[in-house]
Design a binder for this molecule. Structure first.
Ligand SMILES: [Zn+2]
Length: 291
């Protein structure tokens, strides 16, 4: 293998030798894609392979990601990684995804979860199909993580998954620049990240949901991502100051009791557990195991 690579390097034509340099010119973009915030997804039946309409909605999910990819490419993105972040993490249809992106599928079991694949080499994070935190009014399929968590706070700030994932990105010095989903998550995202670009594809009325036409959603997502990357210099990574304290309120006491045995964790209130460290990675490790 090493010899073959050496020969290839020695013999490559000039144009091929320049490719690695050219690839560094544009931004490197990380796209995490959930499903509950995709246009027209309004019921859990539509989000898993057991549902009769799942094939339709996973196709719509793939098209909505493609719109984000197209926007990124028009803005000059040099490299795009798409992380399938919902359920099985095997929802996006690989052959229908834009050929200029790489797709990360399935769960490693590690602490990065919906942000698996992120590292310090990225320039921007984009969330597509995201949803509001558990307990949000007029939100579509609102929940936090596995659904067994009622509330997640870091340093006293109650966070949706977008906020937690934004902190993971921030720990690698990468800013969140764009969120697409329902109106509720877009409002929560702007409260956390400030003046980022957002695209509201639907609006909850109780558990009902008023949706844009999916083609309209895709037009807005493509334009929004392009605009966000055009403003890239304005965005800062989301970082809280150490020490970091994570507080998780569970939906039943069994989980609160079990997770209070995590080394260094403390019981908070009736069904809550908190954990403090100067290293954000320790909080990621805690949440990976606190289920
Ligand atoms: Zn999901």
């Amino acid at each position: 293998m090493a010899r073959a690579l050496f020969l290839e390097g020695m013999l490559c034509p000039l144009v091929l030798c320049l490719t690695p340099l050219q690839a560094q010119e544009g931004p490197k973009v990380f796209i995490s894609v959930d499903m509950e915030g995709i246009t027209d997804v309004i019921n859990w039946d539509e989000t898993g392979s057991e549902g009769s309409d799942y094939e339709y909605h996973r196709t719509a999910m793939t098209k909505e990601v493609n719109a984000a990819i197209e926007g990124a490419l028009e803005a000059g993105a040099a490299e795009i990684i798409v992380r399938d972040s919902h359920g099985s993490a095997r929802n996006l249809i690989p052959d229908e995804l834009n050929r200029n992106a790489k797709l990360l599928r399935d769960w490693s079991g590690g602490p990065l979860g919906m942000m698996e694949g992120i590292d310090r080499t990225f320039d921007a994070v984009i969330f597509v199909g995201y949803h509001a935190k558990a307990g949000t009014k007029d939100a579509t399929l609102d929940h936090t993580m596995s659904g067994s968590i009622y509330d997640l706070k870091v340093n006293g700030v109650s966070l949706p998954e977008a906020g937690w994932n934004g902190l993971i990105a921030g720990s690698y010095n990468v800013p969140v620049i764009f969120v697409a989903g329902d109106k509720a998550i877009c409002e929560q995202a702007r409260a956390i990240f400030g003046n980022i670009e957002t695209v509201v594809v639907k609006e909850g009325i109780g558990e009902a949901s008023l949706n844009l036409h999916p083609k309209k959603s895709r037009e807005l997502i493509k334009a929004g991502v392009k605009k966000a990357l055009g403003r890239l210099a304005e965005f800062k990574p989301l970082k809280y100051h150490p020490p970091f304290t994570i507080e998780v309120q569970f939906k039943n006491e069994r989980q609160a009791y079990r997770n209070s045995w995590y080394p260094g964790a403390e019981r908070v209130g009736d069904w809550g557990v908190s954990y403090t460290s100067n290293e954000f990675m320790d909080l990621m490790r805690f949440l990976m195991l606190a289920r």
